[in-house]
Write a protein that binds this ligand. Structure first.
Ligand SMILES: [Zn+2]
Length: 336
């Protein structure tokens, strides 16, 4: 937890109080937590609202049900079940929520940002945020569903991917990238992965790999025989922005949900409207989409490549590792 924002202020506390449990809450013993850029943003104090203080970060968690509140109505969830936490706080009554878009609730926010998060041994969350996963689903995958998988899945849906379209994924061997590649293949697109690693093709099913970030545009041109990609997914931000825009074909879509290399980009509006390009922002995902992912992860299998797993008291190193140039794959916290 931290009392003042800043990575150096992050402390591991041995005698933290148990989370406060309301009647409709479920208390979870965390097994594995995902480490994501959003956690770094929270710890650095780059969000306008962080509550409570001292604050426990952690936006992506999975674990075992420890205790069930007295007014919880979901009979399907029992003590001992494996679950993941949908990380959105939402009121369920605003126009966005009524439309099924609880991740952009007008009065909402993120678990781990406006509430304490899952970089802890226990978390207590409302029952509607708790989703059961199959008993045989491995923890690395479970801890990668609520943010790392949900984010690119929702982005693919927002970009209305269609059968046989070319999808260009930047940072394909990163956390969300490798999931995007697998899901997009299941959705019937032809995936061009931008990555220095060939395992994204051999192990994760990308149709093409572009290893050289400087040659993306010319190689996309070659692969698509001049048409360029129907959809470009860029969650890396400014570093790959120019080649993202240039790689979108006529009537194509450019979707973004992150800006790891910086968020301030330059855009020539003509380059957008002359080709009738749609620029799409995407954030999180719906509870229905999370349910889809749990089903897919269990039945068809969803693979996660873990780069490094840290213990809870190495949380600073884990957050710093997000920016390691040599990173390929996920960073997780093992909280068993
Ligand atoms: Zn709402």
């Amino acid at each position: 937890m931290f009392e003042t924002p800043g990575l150096d202020n992050l402390k591991v506390i041995d005698n933290a109080e148990d989370p406060i449990m309301k009647n409709r809450d479920i208390k979870i013993k965390i097994n594995t937590a995902g480490v994501n850029p959003i956690d770094h943003i929270v710890v650095s104090g780059m969000l306008p609202k962080i509550l409570p203080f001292p604050h426990i970060p952690g936006a992506e968690s999975s674990g075992i049900v420890e205790q069930i509140g007295s007014h919880v109505s979901n009979d399907n969830i029992k003590v001992g079940d494996r679950v993941v936490v949908h990380n959105k706080v939402f009121d369920g009554t605003c126009d966005m929520c009524l439309n099924g878009l609880d991740m952009i609730c007008r009065n909402g926010g993120l678990i781990g940002a406006i509430t304490n998060g899952g970089f802890a041994e226990y978390i207590s969350v409302p029952e509607r945020n708790v989703f059961k996963v199959p008993d045989d689903l491995n923890w690395d995958v479970a801890a990668s569903l609520p943010v790392t998988s949900l984010t690119p899945y929702h982005a693919l849906n927002e970009a209305s991917v269609k059968l046989n379209e070319f999808l260009l994924v930047f940072g394909a061997s990163g956390s969300t990238g490798m999931i995007a590649v697998q899901l997009a293949k299941k959705m019937g697109t032809k995936v061009i992965a931008v990555s220095r690693k060939n395992w994204i093709k051999t192990d994760f099913g990308a149709d093409y790999v572009i290893n050289d970030y400087d040659k993306v545009v010319e190689q996309v041109k070659e692969i698509t025989q001049g048409k360029m990609a129907e959809i470009v997914m860029n969650s890396l931000g400014v570093g790959t922005w120019e080649s993202s825009v240039e790689s979108v074909g006529i009537n194509g879509r450019l979707v973004t949900f992150g800006g790891l290399t910086g968020a301030d980009v330059k855009l020539n509006i003509q380059s957008l409207y002359r080709k009738q390009i749609k620029l799409i922002g995407s954030t999180g995902g719906t509870r229905k989409e999370l349910l889809d992912l749990i089903t897919i992860a269990g039945k068809e299998g969803l693979k996660v490549k873990v780069w490094k797993k840290f213990k809870l008291d190495e949380v600073k190193e884990a957050l710093q590792a997000l920016f390691a140039k040599e990173r390929e794959g996920r960073i997780l916290l093992d909280i068993t």
